[in-house]
Design a protein around this ligand. Structure first.
Ligand code: COA
Ligand code: ZN
Length: 331
């Protein structure tokens, strides 16, 4: 008798929502702290693997997230969900340790010009700060992840060499970071480029946690995510409703939309642990919270098999077909 191979369930894909940080920081009207806390609490019940709750940056640079300390103190921590926060410097870590997150997400850009615009430091200055941040986070037993902006191109400098990106990754992984996020900050990535860099990353750092963070600026967000999935990536940042855009990147738009990404992954037979109807409810709520329509598409179109009512004309056409008569000629 032939052995029938056991069906192996595909491994989970980890979805990490960044709407409350990457999304909100581009919004013009301040979202009240109570609403942020309630929204994170609702997101915590959708099955997301990780939520980027806020950022401990200078309140002058990002006034929307000036309430990071209070938000982190007040959210309800649901077991199984990781709560991460963005920190640009040592000051950010010191503030965040009052209500320790499950991870520090450090940020710097692979492009010198973008780093100067976004963080007002040279890349060498950022590396020095972030190495100190990793040292502090190791001491505090909070794991660190480093998000490398402009990993697939810079809107001011153009191409960013893959070796530059991988060398920055090596610097931080060697210093003790547990993972790296390759960020397509301004939607310059394309599928074969994404697959290539993700494969090179995996080959060079097989033990590191790798996340892909793409923006949909040129409509390639889902295509890039799919290319990464096929290259073996199992962690994705995405933003509910597609909210977002870096304030220092000209023409930037939101991240790939979380619910659209999850909808695609479900159709592709991949497990995310997410309750999609619950997530879609949150996406509708987010539109109300920020007071404008969001780019997410499944919220508007419904899921693939959400069927529409059959128009009355179909019954008439069926009846005519059964009777063998043809439709009346149009006037
Ligand atoms: N939290 C709170 N305040 C901070 C801070 C932090 N993490 N880091 C710096 N500050 C304050 C300083 O105390 C200082 O305040 P003061 O003017 O009242 O004295 C002011 O910010 C400037 O500090 P400085 O060290 O000179 O920093 P900077 O002006 O060069 O700014 C950053 C550097 C990184 C702190 C700032 O540019 C920033 O927060 N940028 C946000 C980047 C970001 O999140 N971009 C989007 C995500 S990719
Ligand atoms: Zn981003």
């Amino acid at each position: 008798m032939m052995d029938v191979p056991a069906r192996v369930a595909p491994a989970r894909v980890f979805i990490q929502d960044v709407a409350m940080r990457d999304g909100l920081q581009a919004e013009a009207v301040f979202v009240p702290t109570d609403d942020k806390v309630a929204f994170v609490d609702a997101l915590s019940r959708t099955g997301l693997a990780k939520i980027e709750v806020t950022s401990f940056t200078s309140p002058k640079a990002i006034p929307m997230l000036a309430d990071a300390d209070e938000v982190m103190r007040r959210i309800e921590r649901v077991p199984g969900v990781e709560y991460t926060v963005l920190v640009p410097n040592v000051r950010g870590v010191e503030r965040a340790l009052a209500a320790p997150p499950d991870e520090f997400n450090l940020v710097m850009s692979c492009s010198e010009t973008h780093n100067l615009a976004n963080l007002r430091m040279t890349r060498a200055g950022s590396v020095a700060q972030l190495l100190e941040v990793i040292r502090l986070s190791t001491e505090a037993r909070v794991p660190a992840n480093v998000s490398l902006s402009c990993s697939f191109g810079c809107p001011m400098e153009g191409e960013v060499p893959a070796t530059t990106v991988l060398d920055f990754a090596a610097t931080f992984l060697d210093a003790g970071a547990r993972g790296v996020t390759l960020c397509d900050t301004t939607g310059m990535a394309y599928p074969s480029q994404v697959a290539g860099l993700c494969r090179d990353f995996r080959a060079r750092f097989p033990q590191a946690m790798l996340t892909l963070h793409v923006h949909n600026t040129r409509g390639m967000g889902l295509a890039n995510a799919l290319a990464a999935l096929h290259a073996g990536v199992d962690r994705f940042d995405a933003s509910l409703g597609g909210l977002g855009g870096c304030p220092y990147a000209p023409g930037a738009t939101g991240n790939v939309c979380t619910e659209d990404l999850v909808h695609m992954l479900v159709l592709e037979g991949r497990a995310t642990g997410i309750d999609l109807p619950e997530l879609l409810d949150c996406a509708r709520r987010l539109g109300v919270l920020v007071g404008h329509e969001l780019p997410g598409q499944v919220v508007k179109a419904g899921q693939r098999l959400d069927l529409h009512p059959v128009p009355a004309s179909v019954a008439q056409a069926r009846a005519r077909a059964a009777a063998g008569t043809s439709a009346p000629a149009a006037a």
